[in-house]
Design a protein around this ligand. Structure first.
Ligand SMILES: C[S@@+](CC[C@H](N)C(=O)[O-])C[C@H]1O[C@@H](n2cnc3c(N)ncnc32)[C@H](O)[C@@H]1O
Length: 356
């Protein structure tokens, strides 16, 4: 086994659970050595780290931990970046000494504002294939071997035919939710599919998908989006969009292997809502969700991953799923379900449930 350092994205707990879920679903042997804030050290047998970075929404960088700087072959004019996740003043001194001893001329690429290089900078400066980025966390040092590529997400958001920010899930979140479902093959359903972000990411991961969408125009647009994704990435996965009502989903489908959804979260909010308004929204959503869970129980074989809205202290009552035979499920004993999902600057906060 080798020791790796994983830098998690901004929702640490969620990203950690995604990572563990991925290892287990892919049957990758692992041992967590330490987790502090957004940094995880783990021993792993060989694994495909580029595939992991592409499949997961919550991992920013992967580094291979090393003990001795002498093992690196620094050639002339090497490009070097150093990202300090927790300071270690000795490291830079040691690096300069190695360069001096080997008469190496070098350019140190430092991060601009923060103490760490952004993934986009690591990619633009070509620090993985034609340079090095070192990740420093107290006394531990690692060399970046894979980094998340934000440009790929950008392409999917900008080039797919239809995109409406009021109803669209983020690609990063969509990937995390799909990984929490731990489905490796079979059929995934998004019963509130909108323009199909969750479905498109699941197809890219190799799953067959179905979506249900109430609004006829959105359902047609979703169909066009998924056609585009299938062609653009030459995918074999199949898809079907049903223009219908999720409260009757067992009429359209007999069996699905997993359900992943960011459902309808209430009306699009321009300003703050009063407590009275929020209560009314929650009440209506509880009725919709209760009916959805009742139907989901009839067709679902595997796990269900869902987001609920939170308005201040007002939350969806878990009875909407409990009374329909679902229970909270966490693959890691230290992570409690639901997990908070903070939307920076957003009016609406969210909670993520993994259910069995
Ligand atoms: C937040 S959006 C979905 C985002 C989507 N999960 C994605 O991956 O981008 C919610 C969607 O649910 C649809 N919807 C609302 N009530 C529905 C119902 N009863 N049955 C089916 N779809 C519904 C809305 O029209 C809207 O497009």
């Amino acid at each position: 086994m080798k020791e790796y350092m994983f830098i998690l994205g901004r929702d640490e707990e969620l990203s950690f659970l995604e990572l563990i879920s991925y290892f287990k679903a892919e049957e990758i042997e692992f041992e967590i050595l330490n987790k502090e804030e957004n940094i995880v050290f783990a021993n792993l047998k060989d694994f495909d780290y580029d595939k992991l970075i592409n499949q997961l929404g919550g991992i920013v960088k992967i580094g291979l931990v090393f003990k001795n700087l002498d093992q690196f072959d620094f050639c002339d004019k090497e490009k070097i970046g150093i990202s300090f996740y927790k300071e270690n003043n000795d490291f830079e001194k040691d690096l300069k000494e190695v360069f001096k001893k080997n008469k190496i001329r070098y350019v140190l690429k430092r991060p601009k504002k923060e103490d760490v290089l952004m993934p986009s900078e690591v990619i633009k400066k070509d620090l993985i294939d034609n340079g090095y980025e070192f990740l420093i966390y107290k006394e531990k040092t690692a060399r970046t071997i894979s980094v998340y590529n934000p440009f790929l997400y950008q392409e999917r958001d900008e080039k797919r035919p239809y995109y409406d920010e009021r109803i669209v899930s983020s690609i990063r979140l969509a990937k995390i939710l799909i990984n929490l479902c731990m489905l490796r093959n079979g059929l995934l359903l998004d019963p509130f599919c909108g323009h199909g972000t969750i479905l498109q990411e699941a197809m890219i991961m190799g799953l067959d998908v179905k979506g249900i969408e109430f609004d006829k125009k959105t359902a047609e647009e979703c169909n066009k989006n998924l056609n585009w994704v299938k062609k653009r990435y030459k995918l074999k996965s199949n898809f079907q969009i049903i223009n219908g009502d999720t409260r009757e989903l067992s009429r359209y489908l007999k069996q699905v292997d997993g359900i992943v959804t960011e459902p309808y979260l209430g009306p699009f909010l321009k300003g703050m809502v009063s407590e009275k308004e929020a209560k009314k929204i929650i009440e209506n959503l509880e009725i919709l969700y209760y009916n959805f869970f009742r139907e989901a129980r009839k067709v679902l074989k595997g796990n269900l991953v869902v987001i609920f809205p939170v308005f201040g202290n007002l939350k969806i009552n878990p009875n909407v799923f409990r009374k329909n035979g679902f229970t909270e499920y966490s693959i890691d004993k230290d992570v409690k379900i639901p997990i908070k999902y903070e939307v920076k600057g957003g009016k609406l906060q969210r909670e993520i449930y993994v259910l069995k």
